[in-house]
Design a binder for this molecule. Sequence first.
Ligand SMILES: [Zn+2]
Length: 170
Amino acid sequence: MTDSTGETRPPIPADIRRRVLVEAGHRCAIPTCRYIEVDVHHIVPWAQCQAHEYDNLIALCPNCHRRADRGEIDRKSLRLYKLNLRFAHDKFSQLEMDVLFQLATMQPGYGIPWLSYQTIFLKRLFDSDYIFLHETQSGMWTDGIKSNPDYIGVTDKGRAFVSELGLHEM
Ligand SMILES: [Zn+2]
């Protein structure tokens, strides 16, 4: 396969390509476009990364692909479009993502107070092992409910997920 600079490069492995296409429902990942003919685009250009990694790949139609290549759709925007697809795909709620992003900005050992009987709101984060619950020892109990909050914190896996999204880089 040849890219626009004429260099040869290995094809994108079929399983990675499929995952990228399925993530976008075999349509352009730009939500206002959603055209049905799609290419797989490298967010960080192939010439720079020389790798076919799922996190760096996004499904774009030929038009949006050209616009991305010209820099009319920048990398950060592409990452946000991919992120939106991943929210839908991984089925995290907006609350869960807000909580996870907040926790990921905190130093290890710090957390957010959370009522242990309300962990249901964060069920998918717990199921994914992205966060943990630290239960405090003391506190008053009223009808089986503890008056003082427990704490939630982010796991290494959760931090890795946030940094994988790469929203800090351009
Ligand atoms: Zn498009």
